[in-house]
Design a protein around this ligand. Structure first.
Ligand SMILES: Nc1ncnc2c1ncn2[C@@H]1O[C@H](COP(=O)(O)OP(=O)(O)OP(=O)(O)O)[C@@H](O)[C@H]1O
Length: 284
């Protein structure tokens, strides 16, 4: 659905934030876009949705140049920015003013999501708390039923029960036509939700893998000691060491996203090379 080809981008002339990026994202997936503060997640999302223009290279949505912002593309894409602004109107008025831009908008679903988020449906939007405002906009984004749904740090401002609701609601809204991209620097917020992981680090996309593929290549475990084990990355924990090891035996373990993310941003080359292995094998 999204193809980024040779994309470079910089806010200032002569200083590139990204250089020669390549990325393809497909329908039927929920992607987690991870990166440290300032890594460029929001900037990448803005390039994808036509809100920032590549310095070089292209980003296309179903073959159409995102930067052209054609009505066909915009009516099938919903972008929830990190900073939201809500008008001083009721949710009903907001729907009647805005839903017209989204041909597949479903009002019944919108109110259903509001109920699930426990947000009063007759509320005046700017009188809601920040977390409630976020929930209204998430509910609206889901109810647009656009094929592309992009959310920048949607869980910021949500309390812990709301983050659980968020994961449930997003998972229920995925279908095979939809591509959902969610950025966060709070890795745990996306636990058990995303099926693919994209990590931005040092101006590059260092990981673009399905969670299943990560679990095939790596084992996540807690060991009393790392002595005698082929450990790629380890962190101290109460029980000993939380470790990542190569998955030589084809065993299944649950991907510890936080541990994995920490390993990636510590520039763990053996781990990165192992993740890239099938790419090189396919290329030979
Ligand atoms: N409009 C702008 N003009 C100039 N520089 C900008 C602008 N927006 C972002 N930047 C810079 O680009 C870099 C990447 O910012 P971006 O907001 O994309 O990162 P992020 O990964 O989304 O960060 P966070 O997790 O803190 O939201 C930062 O160094 C930031 O200062």
């Amino acid at each position: 659905m999204i193809h980024i080809d040779n994309l470079s981008f910089g806010y200032r002339r002569g200083t590139l934030l990204f250089q020669n990026l390549h990325l393809s994202l497909s329908r039927g997936h929920i992607y987690g876009l991870l990166g440290k503060n300032g890594a460029g997640k929001s900037t990448l999302l803005k390039n994808m949705t036509g809100l920032a223009f590549p310095t070089a290279g292209t980003c296309t949505i179903d073959g159409a140049d995102a930067s052209k912002r054609s009505p066909e593309v915009l009516s099938n894409l919903f972008f929830l920015p990190e900073e939201i602004f809500v008008p001083s109107t009721t949710t009903a008025k907001f729907v009647s003013n805005t839903a017209i831009f989204y041909p597949k908008f479903n009002e019944e679903e919108f109110y259903q999501y509001l109920t699930e988020f426990e947000v009063p449906r007759e509320a005046v939007m700017d009188k809601l708390s920040f977390g409630q405002q976020k929930k209204v906009m998430i509910a609206f984004g889901l109810a647009t039923n656009t094929d592309l749904l992009v959310m920048d740090e949607p869980t910021n401002g949500l309390d812990i029960p709301s983050k659980v609701q968020f994961r449930k609601i997003i998972a229920s809204a995925l279908n095979e036509d939809r591509c959902v991209i969610i950025s966060t620097h709070q890795v745990r917020d996306l636990d058990s939700l995303i099926d693919s992981l994209v990590v931005v680090h040092n101006r590059e996309i260092v990981v673009n893998q399905e969670m299943d593929s990560i679990a095939e290549k790596l084992v996540f475990a807690t060991l009393p000691t790392t002595d005698g084990y082929d450990v790629l990355y380890a962190e101290d924990s109460f029980q000993g060491q939380n470790v990542i090891m190569p998955n030589h035996e084809g065993v299944f373990s649950r991907v510890d996203m936080e541990l994995f993310f920490n390993a990636i941003i510590s520039d763990n080359q053996p781990l990165l090379q192992l993740l890239q292995k099938d790419k090189y094998e396919n290329a030979i």
